[in-house]
Design a protein around this ligand. Structure first.
Ligand code: ATP
Ligand code: MG
Length: 484
């Protein structure tokens, strides 16, 4: 929860942004372009509608609002994963107003089951850090309204039509109680504050300036539009076998939405219609490479957390886009494919010593193979690093004692294995194991003049015992005594 001064800050920021609203539609479109790929028409229409709306809001805030303002609520139509929600979120960020998103399906007619539609407005107040004045200029984004079409709903008290008529008032203008009737605690709190002498709080919020954007996939709509167009051209339009053109949905009229199952009063209050296009392979490629909200950023930072720089070649991005297209889930498919490709690396590479991972075309086609190659390379570098460390230990030992130690091949392998199992550097293991050797071997050299020693795997089992045995032998014989 934000602290009071922080909330105050946010409130001020909101208000300032709205009061200073001076964007043109082109400014807003330019902002959206940074994040949303394609959807040119949608971006233009939304920019114009939103500019109009917030110019009105600004006038209202300065007490110069028109007497009869007709709101330009927006209906956003398009398939899944092409950027509908993303567009609205970016819009809200750009203008700097609070936004609430909800699925129409979670509302029921009575308000007893699930949430009440008016709760959306109250949620907006929460988003505005409790400031009703700001909340009344927010955006409410309602997804899946196509599911409210009456033919979709089979059930006793869950009715799409009921939700639609509950929404009618909100879409236009109505006063919504700030405290829900079922919010007993909230009611008691206001009463309590009031008794303590606080000035009586506002009891309602008006929806006149709240911008509603509703959206849905409206899957069967193209069919309906196609039928209507054919009917009107009676016989002139050949019945092409190629099916329904993907852009025909943009021809949808109010009557088509009514036939789809929406109430005329409901669709009538959504005068601005925006259609989003399906994303093709190239669009998906641009979403990955060029959108400021690209999921690649997310992956890059999750690898960067382990000091690994993640890179993609253009070819890899092309292939990812191609595979994502087959998922038929719009840009959401990109995440599915990236997840699949990166999953094995995300598990194996952290703290492996790797500092860079390049995803190229071959990696996209066979991530496991690329991972196996990387792991092999890591293993090899580790081995050569181990050898270097052992050499370094022996050299330092010689420099400080004038005595040569040698390990036979089996001993070397055993040392590496032990260091690996203990998770320590092999040089540290040697220093620990042979810490008494410089004194001990000097003593032997004193006794019998030997300055060359070879350790086998057996000698390593208990280096102390080995050393003691050698020392004892050097006293007995006074001559070269090491068993080789
Ligand atoms: N046109 C686009 N440009 C850039 N990124 C996009 C675009 N479309 C989708 N994305 C990315 O995919 C994610 C999912 O898209 P979004 O939530 O907007 O889909 P949607 O159209 O609302 O789909 P649904 O109908 O399933 O809710 C976004 O968060 C964004 O990262
Ligand atoms: Mg969505």
């Amino acid at each position: 929860m934000a602290s009071e001064p922080l909330k105050e800050d946010r409130r001020e920021k909101f208000k300032e942004k709205i009061l200073q609203f001076q964007f043109t539609p082109k400014d807003i479109k330019a902002y959206l372009d940074r994040f949303v790929i394609k959807q040119e028409e949608a971006k233009k229409v939304l920019s114009v509608a939103v500019c109009d709306h917030y110019n009105q809001v600004k006038e209202a805030l300065m007490g110069r609002g028109p007497a009869h303002y007709v709101k330009q609520n927006v209906l956003l139509v398009g398939p899944s994963g092409v950027g509908k929600t993303y567009l609205v979120r970016c819009l809200a960020d750009c203008i700097g107003v609070p936004m609430v998103k909800a699925d129409a399906t979670k509302f029921s007619e009575t308000g007893y089951v699930g949430a009440d539609v008016e709760d959306l407005v109250r949620e907006l107040i929460q988003q505005a850090e409790g400031d009703v004045e700001i909340a009344q200029f927010g955006i409410i984004y309602l997804d899946e309204v196509d599911k409210l079409a009456t033919s979709h709903f089979i059930g006793r008290d869950v009715s799409g039509r009921g939700v639609q008529s509950n929404l009618l008032k909100l879409l236009e203008e109505t006063d919504v109680p700030i405290k829900a009737a079922h919010d007993i605690l909230g009611q008691m709190q206001s009463l309590f504050d009031f008794q303590k002498g606080a000035k009586p709080p506002r009891k309602t919020i008006n929806t006149r300036y709240i911008l509603f954007i509703v959206s849905g996939a409206f899957e069967r709509l193209s069919e309906i539009v196609q039928k209507r167009i054919r009917r009107s051209h009676l016989g002139f339009q050949p019945h092409g076998p190629e099916g329904i053109p993907s852009d025909i949905i943009a021809e949808a009229k109010t009557a088509d939405f009514v036939e789809y199952g929406l109430e005329p009063e409901f669709i009538g209050r959504l005068p601005v219609r925006v259609f989003c296009q399906p994303l093709g392979k190239d669009d998906l490629f641009h979403v990955l490479r060029d959108s400021e909200g690209s999921i690649l950023k997310q992956y890059k930072s999750s690898f960067a957390a382990y000091g690994i720089e993640l890179k993609f070649t253009e070819e890899a991005l092309q292939l990812i886009a191609e595979q994502a297209l087959e998922e038929k889930t719009g840009a959401r498919g990109l995440m599915t494919i990236c997840e699949k490709i990166l999953r094995p690396f995300r598990f194996e590479l952290p703290r492996s010593g790797i500092q860079e991972l390049e995803i190229d075309g071959l990696t996209v086609l066979d991530p496991e193979k690329k991972l196996a190659e990387i792991l092999k390379r890591i293993e090899e570098t580790k081995k050569s690093r181990d050898n270097e460390q052992i050499d370094q230990f022996l050299l330092e030992f010689y420099k400080t004692t004038d005595i040569h130690i040698h390990f036979d091949q089996e001993a070397i392998e055993a040392l590496k294995k032990e260091a690996h199992e203990k998770g320590i550097a092999v040089i540290d293991l040697c220093k620990e194991k042979f810490k008494n050797y410089s004194l001990g071997l000097k003593l032997i050299k004193n006794n019998n003049g030997i300055s060359d020693f070879t350790l086998t795997k057996e000698d390593l089992r208990d280096p102390e015992e080995t050393l003691n045995r050698w020392i004892a032998a050097s006293y007995k014989t006074g001559s070269r005594s090491q068993e080789q």
